[in-house]
Design a protein around this ligand. Sequence first.
Ligand code: GTP
Ligand code: SPV
Ligand code: MN
Length: 602
Amino acid sequence: MVEQLQNLRLKSWLAEIADLCKPEKIYICDGSDREYDELCALLEASKTFIPLNQEKRPHSFLARSDARDVARVEERTFICSPTEKEAGPTNNWRDPIEMRAELLQLFDGCMKGRTLYVIPFSMGPLGSELAEIGIELTDSAYVAVNMRIMTRMGAAVLEQLGDGDFVKCLHSVGVPLEEGASDVAWPCNPEKTVIAHYPQHSSVWSYGSGYGGNALLGKKCFALRIASTMAQKNHWLAEHMLIVGVTNPEGEKKYFVAAFPSACGKTNMAMLEASLPGWKVECVGDDIAWMKFGDDGRLYAINPEAGFFGVAPGTSMKSNPNALRTCASNSIFTNVALTPEQDVWWEKLTPEPPATATDWLGNPWTPESARAAAHPNSRFTTPLEQCPVLDPAWNDPAGVPISGIIFGGRRSHTIPLVYQSFNWQHGVFLGASVSSETTAAMKGVVGKLRHDPFAMLPFCGYNMGDYFSHWLEMGTRSTAAKLPKIFAVNWFKKDAEGRFIWPGFGENIRVLKWIFERVDEDIEAQKSPIGYLPNLEDIDCTGLQLSKQALGDLFAIEQSDWLQEAEGMQDYLSQFGEQPPDSFHEELAQLRARLKGEESSL
Ligand code: GTP
Ligand code: SPV
Ligand code: MN
């Protein structure tokens, strides 16, 4: 099989890695249905997969991870650029040579007794000018089947690659099997987990975790950390953003991208079922956008992925019916609960919980149990093509033209439901200013407010200060009229009792409608110290049970809160030394002046 490989770089890299990792076998994935089924059968035999009820959830499986391997591990994620400055103050930097020595030790013999799967994959439509090819070498069949769903994977990719170059992604669960040793359902090595990125070599070394972005290396490691460094060099953008097409009742369509931090609403907005009559949202992507200016001066976006790796808890027919329709079959569920009928369940899936279930740890569970049945970061892996509201242009190699960019976070206070930046520079400043309460998508405390610029804090492969400059520079590559307009939203403002004020989900179309109408300045807005705010009557609240008071609260701008916000931003920027662009200091000074009513700066 290996002899048949045409690409010499691949051949020699594979030989080198096989020499190091010492797998028992090497298998080159062709991406076929038959292969997928065989790998699933293998995973069933090794108890990694529990087959679900064929009638209720055809061709689908449940996997339960090791309880120590349930989310991204940011403190063990490293950028190994030549200098610390290139990684910048927000990344964990490791000297590339030192790290290489450690990795060589870790990976030495790490695949003993296992199969090394060779996974050729394309991020983006095969052959698109915006797409990039990667090869993942992994000792996990679970990773192989997930990659089949999440990317365009298999023989066609090798063909497209020819003798070209590719991003090298090496992954091991870090549990060699000595002769005669038995395996566990979810092998992993949490004490030794390392996810190392070499942006200069376009390579990733991931060891010890089998979960999500730690192991499906096309996603965060390649399509964001490595791709962001490629994008900086070549004048494009690799962003943690959903992509949607929005059509108004007159049939006019515009595309938007939105960056929200992990578990802050991208998948939900990407498949939004509009509550306003005549409005329609169609999905291009739910997590990552690669964007480039076209010859016409407009910014075009593709979704580099081919599947959804979506948060399960909270997903219901009420909140996100299209996600449930998507994962009705041919899907992999990880760390959700199992019902007595061998179907999946998670918190809020149904109005009433099942009377009994098996929780994500494999223990008996009832609604009286103190613990949640599904892990808060439990997920479904499901093919994009099954989404009933998939945009017709989802696979267009040219991408879709973007009219607006939306930034958001999970903020209980301060940030209003929606506002618009004054211009590109101010919009980039808004993106850089995103802070959000942490979620279960990453290991660590939940609910802690932290700066997460552009929702890229864990995903920017180089110095965040340079990333800010890159965004500003991108704004000089087109004219103001053609640049997307920039907005900020917050679905998560809470009242004094700690309840969300805004109903969210399908009702977010009311906010998208305002954004849609503001793009061409079809409606007026109020100039406020923080940006353009809606005239309240322009937020369409038809049929919505929301008091005038509540609507007012969603847009209240407290001067003291915002001065504090500005102060926090100044402190945050100070870590970049001379790196943050001067214009950010101007933006900060102007924000403060406007808040204090020093009109001259408006
Ligand atoms: P990643 O896949 O980690 O990048 O997350 P994501 O940004 O795609 O988040 P997702 O849409 O999966 O939502 C995460 C959580 O936020 C889920 O529990 C949702 O129910 C909840 N959520 C999403 N949208 C809204 C909203 O409009 N309002 C409220 N209150 N909650 C929301
Ligand atoms: C995120 O955490 O933003 C995710 C999940 O989309 S993971 O792929 O695990 O990074
Ligand atoms: Mn994400």
